[in-house]
Design a protein around this ligand. Structure first.
Ligand code: XCC
Ligand code: SF4
Length: 630
């Protein structure tokens, strides 16, 4: 045990500096250089006061020009921009969910995609009132996929998944008029409302932002998560490793990057095939290593223990190792920079989705019907590329940590069963976890999510916040690039229990878990919503009363704004380390950090100082405990 040590951000940065030297040798560009070129950022954009939604503009609000040409004031402009920002994120997550539903629709006994968790499919079918008795599992899969797809465009009614929330939460959504209707409708309505000459009233724009967010978290993302589990298996604890050192200099290295597990699952499948391994060997490699970047990585790590090479701002580093034969991407968070960068090396940059097409990439279109064939040809291409490596350029930082990942709600309930000696709950409720919380052994939970952003020293905020939280007996559940930051540092190694306060340490020992639990990708924040809903139901409390908060200290994408909106709208206070371009409007900023609390019993806090950020989260958790007398 004595040899356990976290990897520090200083060490991450030393490794990056060394890789950038390789980059300089081959004339590669890097985000570190581009940030310099883009600094300082445009103040109008940064504060959200620039409007270019019609061709009379662009209009920029200043003290001398307080209104746009149409007369829109700064609050309307900032509010509209915020709603459009949200709509982009809700559309993106939900479309990912839709792709998964289509894959489920095409699943077949002898097809590329099979149903790996039939029990979960049946559970969801029962929840949706669909008869399962005597039905062939694939008939059921197709029926459920079609019903799920209808959630995107149904003309009447609200999202089916909303019924998973406690009644009190559903009542709030009804009362406030934010219960999401069809997923696509909420996205379209958001774009309609923020069109020139529609809404300019901040309350209306922020209300719709919450609604569109809910269509994502309790709609599209939930479809993505739940049906990915049905197709690829519901995650359970599995050991893996994280950081660039998972790449292997003697092997063919294939990096999977993006979000949709349909592609990466297939690549992993073929990379394991003895025929492919023999093929790799025929080019002088010892084997094939698949590792991941961003959420695709989280997906295959959670289900297969595939190692995580890094998170968002490390995506260029994997190419800079000089040992990457192919970087295969699907959708979202992929730097267009990867094309030109790969050209500086032997690396093949392979795009696979019509949604994410980029210059300087090889496009191999991937869909359910040809998935097997195409995955095989991609793996082959990578093997053949091994001989093109320039050995002088190869440098893989010797840096990796052990991680145990795969904590779906189902897995969390299971591992925490029996932690308390009073009872072992066979019904699979969250009672044992609740007991830990009410007794004060665990003070509360923080959901740490989101990206990296050059505005924040990469990974530093994630890691420092998590360290302080666990030292204060606050369990951390993490997803997305936040989870990868934790894994790279070593916080998902079970030995990290030694960094916890006495209470959380004891729980980690009894349950044999790390103090930071990997719950998956960004769409999997819907898992966190289900967990919060279950905790509320099992305790008889409202979600807003639970000592639980959300935090995205390094977020950057539109998706993150959509997520923030549904987390807040679900009654969970959310702490951001980066401002969502709303500081230009006192009214919009005040609504988000204050006003929405009257609607949904939670609000945002934006705080760039991470010491203050963590202290305010701990204070909030303690306030919540005091309010319910625990
Ligand atoms: Fe993308 Fe999901 Fe953000 Fe990471 S955390 S940078 S969105 S990969 Ni969701
Ligand atoms: Fe300017 Fe109004 Fe057009 Fe926006 S909508 S660009 S504020 S005229």
């Amino acid at each position: 045990m004595g040899d356990f040590k976290l990897t520090s951000v200083d060490e991450f940065e030393a490794a990056t500096a060394r890789l950038l030297e390789t980059g300089a040798k081959v004339g590669a560009d890097s985000w570190q250089m581009r940030v310099k070129n883009q600094s300082p950022h445009c103040k109008f954009g940064e504060t959200g006061v620039c409007c270019r939604i019609c061709a009379m503009g662009p209009c920029r609000i200043t003290p001398k020009a307080p209104k746009g040409i149409c007369g829109c004031d700064v609050h309307g402009i900032v509010g509209r921009n915020y709603l459009k920002f949200t709509a982009g994120g809700a559309a993106t997550h939900s479309d990912h969910g839709r792709e998964i539903c289509h894959t489920l629709y095409l699943s077949a006994e002898d097809g590329n995609y099979k149903v790996k968790d039939p029990e979960k499919l049946k559970r969801i079918a029962k929840e949706w009132g669909v008869e399962t008795e005597g039905k062939d599992i694939y008939d059921l899969a197709h029926e459920m996929a079609e019903l799920a797809l209808l959630e995107y465009g149904k003309p009447f009614g609200n999202q089916r998944w909303l019924k998973r929330a406690p009644q009190t939460t559903q009542d709030i959504w009804e009362r406030e008029g934010i219960a999401p209707r069809a997923i696509d409708r909420e996205v379209s309505t958001s774009l309609h409302m923020s069109h020139m000459g529609c809404s300019s009233k901040p309350e209306a724009l922020i209300r719709q932002s919450l609604r569109a967010g809910l269509a994502d978290g309790w709609g599209g993302s939930m479809c993505g998560t739940e049906f990915s589990d049905v197709l690829f298996g519901t995650p359970k604890p599995v050991d893996t490793e994280a950081n660039l050192g998972v790449m292997n200099a003697e092997n063919v290295n294939i990096i999977v990057h993006g979000h949709d597990p349909s592609l990466s699952e297939m690549i992993c499948e073929y990379a394991d095939d003895p025929e492919m391994i023999a093929y790799a060997k025929s080019f002088g490699a010892k084997g094939i290593t698949v590792s991941g970047v961003c959420c695709t990585s989280n997906e295959v790590a959670m289900r297969r223990g595939i190692p995580m090479a890094g998170n968002f701002l490390q995506q260029e580093n994997v190419v800079l190792t000089g040992a990457c034969e192919a970087i295969v991407v699907d959708v979202q968070c992929i730097f267009p920079a990867l094309g030109p960068l790969s050209k500086c090396f032997h690396t093949k940059f392979i795009t696979t989705s019509p949604i994410a097409q980029m210059p300087d990439s090889e496009f191999i279109e991937f869909h359910a019907e040809n998935a097997g064939e195409n995955a095989k040809s991609i793996v082959k291409l990578a093997c053949e590329n091994f001989v093109n490596r320039n050995k002088d350029l190869v440098y893989i930082p010797d840096m990796k940590q052990k991680a145990t990942v795969g904590y779906s709600v189902e897995a969390i309930v299971k591992v925490l069963d029996g932690v308390t000696n009073s009872q072992v709950d066979e019904t699979g409720t969250t009672k044992p976890l609740l007991e830990c919380i009410t007794s004060g052994v665990i003070r509360g939970a923080v959901a740490m999510v989101g990206c990296n952003n050059p505005k924040i020293r990469p990974d530093h905020a994630h890691i420092e916040l998590m360290k302080k939280l666990i030292a204060n007996d606050i369990v951390v559940i993490a997803s997305g690039c936040a989870a990868q930051a934790a894994a790279k540092a070593g916080l998902m190694d079970k030995q990290a229990k030694d960094l916890c306060g006495a209470g959380l340490k004891r729980v980690c020992e009894l349950a044999d878990i790390p103090p930071v639990l990997h719950m998956g990708s960004c769409v999997d924040i819907s898992r966190m919503m289900i967990l919060a809903a279950t905790l509320a139901k099992d305790s008889g409390l409202k979600i807003s009363q639970l000592p639980v908060v959300g935090c995205a200290p390094e977020w950057m994408s539109e998706k993150a704004v959509s997520i923030g909106n549904y987390v807040v709208a679900t009654g969970i206070d959310t702490f951001l380390g980066v401002d969502p371009y709303v500081s230009g409007s006192s009214e919009v900023a005040d609504l988000l950090t204050n006003g929405v609390r009257e609607w949904v019993e939670a609000a945002y806090t934006v705080e760039k100082d991470i010491d203050k950020l963590v202290d305010s989260m701990i204070d909030r958790i303690e306030e919540k405990r005091a309010a319910i007398g625990i």
